[in-house]
Structure formats: structure tokens, C-alpha cells
Design a protein around this ligand. Structure first.
Ligand code: PMP
Length: 397
């Protein structure tokens, strides 16, 4: 018997499918603006100096044992300080349940599984648009999904009124999946004042904010500032959850290192919640990998290395910000039109406003990006920005 005859091919992943197309193109001058991975001005992947130094320090480590189900405790402690603030009473009072996760994706999946198990029937509200994998993650975990308005194509900015209406209309006690900073794919974040209003309304409605923070430090260049949304919600007395990833901000993409956390009301609750996070981890992958946890703990545990890391994150953010200016200037000088949204948006992506037809036309010119017109700014360099701007003008005019 053929057990798998009914299995149909899965749809192509909209982001990783772009990489496949790029790799298949023989043109030596091809440009990949698909996947969100940082590149230097020569288009090469980067290993941060703080990570190189941490690698030296852990080299020859005799410890290759399993980590516990919740991962490396020291790593989780450092991560909570980074996300919630060193002196936050929830951190110092040991009221945050946390486990090491398989990067941001793994954190989100743990949250989705946790919701399914302990808040059955609760819905998760997801921004339109969002990182495509959010739908896969919560869908596969069998959590009911709803969407809420976020982005306004006409202004290429935030649909604040629409967002507030949808938050108000959602059934009380719903879960809202928020991007803590550098929204993917739009590059549009609420201002601090807008976050305050969103927080107040969500508190009135008794909603739960879950922050996906895949880009801490990448938005403004300042890790503390990029966590301000969480701070605002905490100061309003919310219970919150957070998914952290060190893929982008520490360049540890392939190490799969992140942290999943939920704030609790007291230490006892924290112990129970954390034990259930570990129970899910146990049945899913047993325990997380060691190397990335050692690297991050080494960097965050040494004030000098941490300072170097802050400097290097800022360096990456600044290069992206300067490429936004270069792309906008090039586009405006060729087209005479306004491309202000390119510099208004922040983080790794520029939501260009180009249609899938425009993007198809760019493929013909060996320039690759997702069909929703999202440009990974990390792939833009001083060497290719002019070519890119010309091509974008040609296909859009
Ligand atoms: N959330 C968002 C919004 C993302 O953009 C990404 C990375 N593309 C992730 C989570 C997770 O990435 P990773 O699993 O590599 O940390």
C-alpha cells in the first residue's frame, strides 16, 4: 500500500520561495531583497565582533550536555532584563515565566501551543498584513485566528483609527499579536503616544498583548528604546507575553536562539506557568540547543561585550537607515515623485507599495523580493542602490 498517495505538495513559502528563485538565477549582478537577513555594504553576511569574542571564550568548553527543558537559566535571566528592563519589579521580583526557545519562530509556536492548551477557544488577532509565518504558526497550533486593521495603503502608514475600532470590537479577553518594533512587512510602527492609547483601550477591553519582538535594536539602533511598547503596556498594569529572537540583532540566525516569556501575578503562578511551558517544550523538542545560549549569555553577561554589542546593533541599524535615504534620494531624482515612505518606515523592511506585477517585472531584471512589494533593506548597498532605484522607477512608471 502507498501510505502517502494523498499527500499534496505544500504551497511554496512566500519568503523562502524568493530565495530559491534568486539562487536559480545565473546573473552575477542579481540582487536579493527577499529574506530579512542583514548584509554588509558588500552584500555579505556578518558575524558580529562581540559574537566572535564570545566564541573564543566558550571555545574548548567541556560542557556539551543536554540543557534542561527550559534551556539555560542565565540566558533567560539576561533576556528578561533586555526585554522588560533591568530594574523592572516583575524581573527583580521573579514574576516572569520564561524558557529558552528555538528563536522567534519557536517562541511564537510555544505561545500558540500554550494558548491552545490553557485558553481554549480564545482568539488571536493578527495585523493585516503580517509576517506570513504568523498564520502558519497559530493555524497549525489550532488557535482560532482573526485579523485587525493595521496598515493603510493610501497613506502607506498606520491605520490607527481602524486599528482602534477593531480592538474595541473584539470580544473581551482576546489575544493580540503585536510587533514590538519594526513591524514586518510594513516598517510602520505606532508612535509612543499611539501605543499609550492602544494600551489603554486594550486594558479596558481586558485583551492580552503578546509582543513578537524579532528586531529589538534594529528599528532605532537602541535596544532599550525599541522595547518601549512593552514598557508602556506594563506601566498600564497589563499582563503581557513576549517572543524574543537573537537572529537579527545578534546575527545568530542559524543558531535558533530566543526566549519566550509570560508575566505572572506572583511567584507561585510563575512556577506553574513555567512548568507548563517546559512540558510543551519536552514533548516538542525536549530541550533547546546549547551553543547560541552560551554565546548570548557570554555577550550579555560581560559589560564590555554588551557595550560592543549595542554599538554593533546600532551600526547595522544605521547602515539600513542610510540606505533608506539613498534609495529615496535616487528614486526621487529619477522620478520626480515623492518616495517619502521609504524613509518614514523603519526596521529591516520597506513596504514599497509595488504590486505583484511590478515585482514580477523586477524578477526579469534579476532583482528579487516578496510579491507584496516588501524590500529587505538589509540587501541594499551603496553599490546596488542606483540600479535598484532605476529598476523600481522603470517598472512603476
Ligand atoms: N517574527 C517576525 C515578525 C519576524 O519577522 C521573524 C523573522 N523573519 C520572526 C518572528 C522569527 O525569526 P526567527 O525564528 O529566525 O527568530
Amino acid at each position: 500500500v502507498d501510505f502517502w498517495a494523498d499527500v499534496e505538495e505544500a504551497p511554496r513559502d512566500p519568503i523562502l520561495g524568493v530565495t530559491e528563485k534568486f539562487l536559480a538565477d545565473p546573473n552575477p549582478n542579481k540582487i536579493n531583497l527577499g529574506v530579512g537577513a542583514y548584509r554588509d555594504d558588500d552584500g555579505n553576511p556578518v558575524v558580529l565582533d562581540c559574537v566572535r569574542e564570545a566564541e573564543k571564550r566558550i571555545m574548548g568548553s567541556k560542557f556539551m550536555e543536554y540543557l534542561p527543558m527550559g534551556g539555560f537559566k542565565e540566558f533567560c535571566d539576561h533576556s528578561l532584563k533586555l526585554a522588560y528592563g533591568e530594574t523592572n519589579p516583575l524581573v527583580t521580583g521573579n514574576k516572569i515565566a520564561a524558557v529558552q526557545s528555538l528563536s522567534g519562530t519557536g517562541s511564537c509556536r510555544l505561545m500558540a501551543d500554550f494558548m491552545h492548551k490553557f485558553k481554549p477557544g480564545a482568539k488571536v488577532y493578527i495585523t493585516v498584513p503580517t509576517w506570513s509565518n504568523h498564520h502558519n504558526i497559530w493555524g497549525d497550533a489550532r488557535v482560532e485566528k482573526e485579523t485587525f486593521r493595521y496598515y493603510k495603503p493610501e497613506t502607506r502608514g498606520l491605520d490607527f483609527d481602524g486599528m482602534m475600532e477593531d480592538i474595541a470590537a473584539a470580544e473581551g479577553g482576546s489575544f493580540f499579536l503585536l510587533h514590538a518594533c519594526a513591524h514586518n512587512p510594513t516598517g510602520v510602527d505606532p508612535t509612543a503616544d499611539q501605543w499609550r492609547e492602544i494600551s489603554k483601550l486594550m486594558r479596558e477591553k481586558g485583551h492580552f498583548p503578546f509582543f513578537d519582538m524579532a528586531y529589538q535594536g534594529f528599528a532605532s539602533g537602541d535596544c532599550v528604546r525599541d522595547a518601549q511598547a512593552i514598557e508602556i503596556f506594563l506601566s498600564d498594569g497589563h499582563m503581557v507575553g513576549c517572543s524574543q529572537s537573537y537572529a537579527k540583532n545578534m546575527g545568530l540566525y542559524g543558531q535558533r536562539i530566543g526566549c519566550f516569556s509570560l508575566t505572572c501575578n506572583n511567584e507561585q503562578e510563575k512556577i506553574a506557568v513555567e512548568s507548563q511551558m517546559k512540558r510543551i517544550a519536552r514533548a516538542t523538542y525536549s530541550n533547546p540547543p546549547l551553543h547560541g545560549a552560551l554565546l548570548v549569555s557570554t555577550v550579555l553577561g560581560d559589560p564590555e561585550l554588551k557595550a560592543l554589542w549595542y554599538k554593533e546593533v546600532k551600526g547595522m541599524a544605521d547602515r539600513i537607515i542610510s540606505m533608506r535615504t539613498a534609495l529615496r534620494n535616487n528614486l526621487e531624482s529619477i522620478s520626480g515623485d515623492s518616495w517619502q515612505h521609504v524613509t518614514d518606515q523603519i526596521g529591516m523592511f520597506c513596504f514599497s507599495g509595488m504590486t505583484s506585477e511590478h515585482v514580477d517585472a523586477l524578477y526579469e531584471k534579476s532583482i528579487y523580493m516578496t510579491s507584496n512589494g516588501r524590500i529587505s533593506m538589509a540587501g541594499v548597498t551603496t553599490k546596488n542602490v542606483e540600479t535598484l532605484a532605476k529598476a523600481m522607477h522603470e517598472v512603476t512608471s
